[in-house]
Ligand binder design. Structure first.
Ligand code: SF4
Ligand code: SF4
Length: 153
């Protein structure tokens, strides 16, 4: 099986997103190793776009002026939309410890997410949640200069 997070064509919620940008305000979006690798390949340094959350042991997108570092205030668009993190591509699907995969009602368009999309993407959201704590190890190994190959578990 190929790494679904490297081949992003299936990782996209089909619903009526209006690109309102609300989900880019004060983002707490976690990053996978593949996200860091892909965004660094665009020429951005890790310190520019990510920070480590000591409390949860995960890497997250950085905010600047109250919104994600990649959110362009003038156009209200994501500057790396085609390469945005997996978590952004899966939103408004979220993971709740009690209920599992849910649709986040903070998104004004949450009601337009078809049940079939929740069903289709549930295993991918679950895989995402299982893997977000691997990112710190990826960063440490990378900083140590060791070449690694990403694979799913
Ligand atoms: S909050 Fe919802 S509708 Fe607005 S940009 Fe984010 S996903 Fe799209
Ligand atoms: S990467 Fe793009 S879509 Fe994701 S929070 Fe930042 S601006 Fe929004």
């Amino acid at each position: 099986m190929s790494n679904v997070f490297k081949d992003l064509k299936y990782v996209e919620v089909s619903f009526k997103c209006t690109l309102c940008g609300l989900c880019c305000v004060n983002t707490r979006m976690e990053l996978l190793p593949e996200d860091i690798e892909r965004i660094e390949q665009l020429g951005y340094s890790l310190n520019y776009f990510a920070e480590f959350d000591e409390e949860y042991g995960v890497w997250r997108l950085k905010n600047i002026n109250g919104h994600c570092v990649f959110f362009d205030e003038a156009s209200k668009k994501c500057r790396i939309y085609e390469n945005r993190p997996v978590g952004c591509r899966l939103y408004p699907l979220n993971y709740d410890d009690d209920y599992g995969v849910v649709v986040d009602k903070y998104c004004p368009q949450w009601g337009t997410v078809p049940v079939s999309e929740v069903k289709r993407l549930r295993p991918i959201v679950e895989l995402f949640v299982r893997r977000i704590r691997e990112t710190d190890e990826y960063v440490r190994v990378k900083r140590a200069g060791i070449r690694i190959h990403l694979r799913i578990h």
